[in-house]
Design a binder for this molecule. Structure first.
Ligand code: SPV
Ligand code: MG
Length: 431
């Protein structure tokens, strides 16, 4: 009997998959490779059903003899282990990133004269409706939270981009590229206090109140499915924080980051050029404990942000605080710096990681912007936040447009700074 291999790369099993399996079973003994959760998240959509359960479901489909794990979108490893006579797939893999997958399969199975069989892609009229409901499901607060927690505890860098309104959130939600045969996209959204304030023309001093910021969260929740990390500044007074963190959990935030400063908060990138003060370790630990005991979801994360390097208090102080904050219950540590060189951040991470291999580390490389994500990973960093780039990018284009219209006394010349109306309309989904 011939050996037939196929791979299922989504958690949503539909008629098209059954048709491929039926055809495969006519041709021989069927092995199905089940793609890992992280691969599905990267290439398709975040899987609601984890691989362990997907394996059990697919194992029970008539015609399937074996299920095996597949850990990469390229089939090489499993193909060389199994040496199937036939690899079967829907003919939709002749397009997009899947074309490269097909070409690699063809190359590998040539080694033992294997062949490819394609089944016409099955498109059901219900699929669009179905995809809309899946989007709603992925956008549920608890699904976002679970996703972030899982990603922060994985080996992969979590790539986080700022969003300060519905439109910027749509850009983060839908922008992806293929580079080195790998799909790249953003994993989560950063609700920056700087950008929420700046987009309202206000300074970053905890002036924009929580009610206004919750309105932004709701706008973003509506058009996105990715986890939301909320910059809660100092968290305010402890007595207020316990209420505020509950409100943030209720509106769908996945994680909150609070910084260990007191009094009038100023933006960290101003450092000691302005007057700002760090909280005591005891007080901030108490805030962490109160925050943790106020939330309900086990997946909701409270991340403690250390400002010692920003305020020139030194590495020792930063490390002492990190240890204390983790003991107080922080689910992660954000270490910040305003230096151009990443050395102090790397030093902090290296020493912290010697004692603590678990707690996620978050960095915001606005000033130490020469560092590649992979370098951060080598120092034990889990998440990188691009904290303000979309706002900073939009501003010059808006300013040039305004100047151009004043200069030309008409708007034709300004078109070069503008997205076409059609592109704007295409960006905004009907549902
Ligand atoms: C923000 O984006 O609001 C931040 C990061 O807190 S930073 O501006 O670098 O302080
Ligand atoms: Mg901030």
């Amino acid at each position: 009997m011939k050996k037939v291999y196929t791979c299922i790369s989504t958690d949503i099993i539909q008629t098209g998959h059954i048709k491929v399996i039926e055809k495969a079973a006519e041709l021989g003994e069927v092995t199905v490779g089940i793609l890992s959760d992280s691969c599905v998240a990267m290439y398709e959509k975040y899987p609601i059903i984890p691989r362990s359960e997907r394996m059990k479901i697919i194992e029970r489909i008539k015609g399937v003899s074996h299920v095996v794990e597949q850990n990469d979108i390229y089939y090489d490893e499993n193909l060389r282990n199994i040496k199937p006579d036939i690899v079967i797939h829907g003919d939709n893999w002749n397009n997009g990133y899947q074309k490269k997958v097909k070409d690699r399969v063809a190359e590998v199975i040539k080694e033992w004269n294997g062949e490819i069989v394609e089944v016409p892609y099955y498109k059901s009229s219900n699929m669009d409706l179905f995809n809309i409901s899946m989007k709603d499901l992925r956008g549920l607060p608890e699904v976002r939270r679970q996703r972030l927690r899982k990603q922060l505890l994985s080996d992969e860098i979590v790539r986080i981009m700022v969003a300060y309104d519905g439109l910027s959130a749509l850009i983060v939600e839908h922008t992806s590229i293929i580079k080195d045969n790998q799909k790249r996209k953003f994993d989560a959204l950063w609700l920056s206090s700087l950008c929420d304030s700046a987009s309202m023309g206000k300074p970053d001093i905890e002036l924009v109140d929580l009610t206004s910021r919750i309105r932004i969260i709701e706008e973003i929740m509506e058009v996105s499915t990715k986890p939301i990390i909320f910059d809660a500044d100092t968290g305010g007074q402890i007595e207020h924080f316990s209420y505020n963190i509950r409100s943030l959990e209720r509106v769908g935030v996945s994680a909150v980051i609070i910084e260990d400063k007191v009094g009038l908060k100023r933006n960290s990138l101003l450092g000691n050029d302005v007057e700002q003060h760090q909280d005591s370790i005891e007080n901030f630990c108490e805030k962490i404990r109160v925050g943790k005991s106020s939330t309900v979801s086990n997946n909701f994360m409270l991340i403690a942000r250390i400002e010692s390097l920003i305020l020139d208090k030194g590495l020792e102080d930063a490390l002492t605080r990190a240890e204390a904050y983790v003991k107080a219950g922080a689910d992660g540590i954000m270490i910040h710096s305003r230096k151009q060189s990443p050395d102090e951040i790397f030093c902090f991470c290296d020493i912290f990681r010697k004692k603590d291999q678990e707690t996620p580390i978050v960095v915001v490389p606005t000033t130490f912007n020469s560092v590649y994500e992979n370098e951060f990973k080598l120092h034990g960093v889990n998440a990188v936040i691009y904290a303000n780039h979309l706002l900073r990018a939009a501003f010059p284009a808006m300013k040039n447009t305004a100047i151009s219209i004043l200069q030309n006394e008409r708007c034709m010349e300004a078109d070069e700074y503008c997205m076409s109306i059609n592109d704007v309309l295409a960006l905004i989904p009907n549902k």
